[in-house]
Design a binder for this molecule. Structure first.
Ligand SMILES: Cc1cc2nc3c(=O)[nH]c(=O)nc-3n(C[C@H](O)[C@H](O)[C@H](O)COP(=O)(O)O)c2cc1C
Length: 364
């Protein structure tokens, strides 16, 4: 047990959050695909990078502030889209949106939210982005995007690493499904909001997604979404330079180097190792962000040194939400921001622009 009752880092939150969530829901949040090797690889790849810190720089005045797609944020850490947030807290996505506003950052709201996108948007004045899954029969996706535009979302995040759902074996073992009274709120109007019960070989969520996601998704869909919405499109789930280039050629304003937190293709390359190649391929034409296994301010510093403009965190804000609603999630984001500030001071960086590639030795 830690001496302090208040978590002082993200690992404390992870340890304590499990007791605040139903076991099968906790399994869903932790889960990776199959042997969960990529979940671990993401974490370890950041840890393995060593810092060549700078000294003899006056770091008395520092700022972690930056912008993403022109929007100012207090630190380069965004909230990644994560589904089903009411599993953590009754106020779910609304509390998470409040946390983003309090912390001065952007929340990416998932298609698979448990509170409707309009209600989440109305709960905060902060800018927010909407994550899009392309479903079969484009009519539902078209309608969803038009609703997001009307509700005031300022960018779309198209997830491209889930043409089908990865096999999360914990969820199968736990017979994971949504508890009574909880549903996929954005799909209510088309009758696809109910998550079925689990079977011996498929979780409720796997059954929900089966036959819903469009495995025919291509780069043309980036252009389609851009024209349909008039919003910048951020493409999430890229680990290759050629895919990043293709995304930008089709109109992406930014790409997220991501393997879905290890939840899709197990043994996929760790994002820390994929980042530099993507940056080299597209950073002239698009912003590059990264997620997967970011748990320390030093991880954020390393990501920026490798060329990311910002990072996203998926599981950590869920731990905060589970433990303390909006305030818990805000605290998680503030811990990361404060750790980044400290890492910057100790590396001779006064601004995020001073976090340059020479600060890191390449990941092995
Ligand atoms: C519980 C959970 C639900 C997720 N739901 C979505 C989702 O709805 N859409 C999406 O694009 N990514 C989803 N992701 C992936 C995250 O956006 C992000 O890529 C990943 O969590 C980053 O890794 P991290 O959790 O190690 O920070 C989810 C991840 C988790 C853990």
């Amino acid at each position: 047990m830690p001496a302090s009752p208040i978590p002082i880092n993200l690992a404390d939150y992870e340890r304590a959050a499990g007791a605040c969530v139903e076991p099968a829901a906790w399994g869903y949040q932790c889960a990776g695909a199959n042997d969960e090797l990529t979940v671990r690889a993401n974490l370890e790849a950041w840890q393995r990078i060593e810092l060549r810190y700078r000294t003899m720089v006056d770091v008395s005045l520092r700022s972690t502030a930056t912008t993403v797609l022109g929007t100012p944020i207090t630190s380069p850490v965004l909230i990644a889209p994560t589904a089903l947030q009411r599993l953590c807290h009754p106020e779910g996505e609304v509390a998470m949106a409040r946390a983003a506003e309090l912390a001065g950052t952007i929340m990416v709201v998932s298609t698979t939210a448990t509170i409707g996108l309009e209600e989440v948007a109305a709960s905060t004045n902060a800018p927010k982005w909407f994550q899009v899954y392309i479903y079969q029969g484009r009519e539902y996706t078209r309608e969803l995007v038009q609703r997001a535009v009307r509700a005031g979302y300022t960018a779309l995040v198209l997830t491209v690493d889930a043409p089908v759902l990865g096999r999360r074996e914990r969820d199968i073992r736990n017979g994971f499904t949504l508890p009574p009274g909880m549903h996929v709120a954005n799909a209510t109007n088309v009758g696809m909001d109910v998550v079925p019960t689990a079977t011996a070989d498929a979780s409720g969520l796997m059954r929900h997604f089966r036959g819903l996601h469009d495995p025919g998704l291509t780069a043309q869909d980036i252009t389609w979404l851009r024209e349909l919405s008039g919003l910048p499109v951020v493409v999430k789930g890229i680990v290759r330079a050629d895919d990043a280039r293709r995304a930008v050629e089709h109109g992406a304003a930014a790409v997220i180097v991501s393997n879905h937190g290890g939840r899709q293709l197990d043994t996929a390359i760790a994002t820390a190792r994929a980042l530099a190649g993507v940056v080299e391929a597209v950073s002239d034409g698009a912003e590059v962000y990264v997620d997967g296994g970011i748990r320390r301010g030093t991880d954020v510093l390393k990501a920026l040194a490798l060329g990311a403009r910002a990072v996203l965190v998926g599981r950590p804000p869920l731990w905060g939400l589970a433990m303390g609603g909006a305030d818990g999630a805000r605290h998680v984001l503030e811990l990361l921001r404060d750790e980044l500030d400290l890492a910057m001071a100790l590396s001779g960086c006064r601004t995020v622009a001073e976090i340059t590639p020479d600060l890191v030795a390449p990941p092995s």
